[in-house]
Design a protein around this ligand. Structure first.
Ligand code: UT7
Length: 329
């Protein structure tokens, strides 16, 4: 019997309507379109506006569209892994909130926190339940309302982040397609360079923490950049090497969208030419857990069955990893 792989059988995405352009940011902080474009590749990002709306409110349309595409009901889902750094609430899990909103009555689930590598870690985790035979339909959602933890007075971080959400369905595949190999890594010493200072158990919310703007993402951009640019490129090259893949074998490189310069470095290291590198950072910025599923969603029509895809991510923690998968439809 051939090995069962976990294959992506449907993908969908959702981005909010509001477009925050570089020009609008120029009116908010001391920055300019030229600096943002050359240093990051970002032109605009989407922002979820509206009182009381959270990350799950972007997941609902993404997942409902996905179920429709696949022609299945929410009650057929076995498991929901919601990869997010901006859950609706500290608890309970946004996966549960989403399950209730879409009517996934037979699914269990949890939230997965691995910052920008979250969706990749979610695929690596979800695939285990398919490969083991435990589940037949695993939903992996990656989404963030980064605007809820972005300090729009800090020009070095507010220009990067945006809101968005994507989702994929994992199902068993016995044709040799699906997730073939995963490399997942983390290094907790990276906490110093990218974190949210308050709101957790170490420093619960007080008037003081709010006044000190400690409930926003804090990033030492240059330090993070140095790690990201080498780790993401190295791990993508590593997964290719150990599967005997040359750049010619790769149909698509799907990098986390944090900075165009980091994407370019990953492409150079792997030898994958620009026409095969998926980039939409100019439109959405860094949506954290949303970047990779939004790329898959936008490029879905270009993928062919059997295409070799390399996914790569780097994020706070630090966390990083790469996945080699064969597209299944
Ligand atoms: O998602 C996964 C984790 N995150 C990442 O991978 C992000 C990694 N880091 C980065 O992408 C980049 O470090 C940033 C885009 C965040 C910043 O770019 P940078 O080239 O590293 O800039 P920098 O922080 O070294 O700042 C260079 C200069 C500074 O001015 P001085 O000190 O040279 O006079 C900054 O004050 O650019 C200035 N600067 C800006 N100028 C105009 C910083 N932000 C801005 C801005 N507009 N928005």
């Amino acid at each position: 019997m051939s090995k069962i792989h976990a294959a992506i059988t449907a993908v969908n995405g959702y981005v909010p309507e509001y477009v925050l352009t570089n020009h609008e940011l120029e009116t908010m902080v001391d920055t300019n379109d030229e600096w943002i474009t050359t240093r990051t590749g970002i032109k605009e990002r989407r922002i979820l506006k509206g009182e009381g709306l959270g990350t799950s409110d972007m997941a609902v349309p993404a997942v409902e569209g996905l179920l429709k595409k696949r022609g299945i009901g929410a009650d057929e889902l076995d498991l929901i892994i919601f990869c997010t750094t901006t859950p609706d609430r500290v608890f309970p899990a946004t996966a549960n909130i989403l399950a209730d909103k879409i009517g996934a009555k037979n699914a269990w689930g949890w939230d997965l926190q691995a910052a920008c590598s979250g969706f990749l870690f979610g695929l690596a985790t979800g695939s285990q339940f398919i490969e083991s035979g435990k589940h037949k339909k695993v939903l992996v959602v990656g989404g963030d309302k980064m605007s809820s933890i972005t300090n729009y007075k800090d020009r070095a971080t507010c220009i990067i982040f945006g809101d968005g959400c994507g989702a994929v369905l994992l199902e068993p595949n016995d044709e040799g397609n699906g997730i073939i190999d995963t490399i997942t890594r983390s290094d907790g010493s990276g906490v110093a360079y990218l974190h949210q200072k308050a709101g957790g158990s170490v420093r619960p919310a007080t008037h003081e923490t709010v006044d000190a703007l400690e409930h926003f993402a804090y990033q030492e951009g240059q330090a993070v950049f140095k790690f990201a640019v080498t780790k993401m490129a190295d791990v993508a090259a590593e997964v290719m090497e150990r599967n005997n893949l040359s750049s010619d074998d790769i149909a698509w490189l799907v990098p986390h969208q944090a900075n165009k310069r980091i994407i370019d470095a990953t492409a150079n290291r792997t030898g994958v030419t620009a026409d095969k590198v998926i980039v939409n950072i100019e439109k959405y910025g860094n949506t954290t857990n949303g970047t990779i599923p939004l790329c898959l969603w936008e490029w879905e029509n270009k993928f062919k069955k059997g295409d070799n895809l390399i996914l790569a991510a780097f994020g706070g923690g630090f966390t990083w990893g790469s996945i080699y998968l064969k597209w299944a439809y």
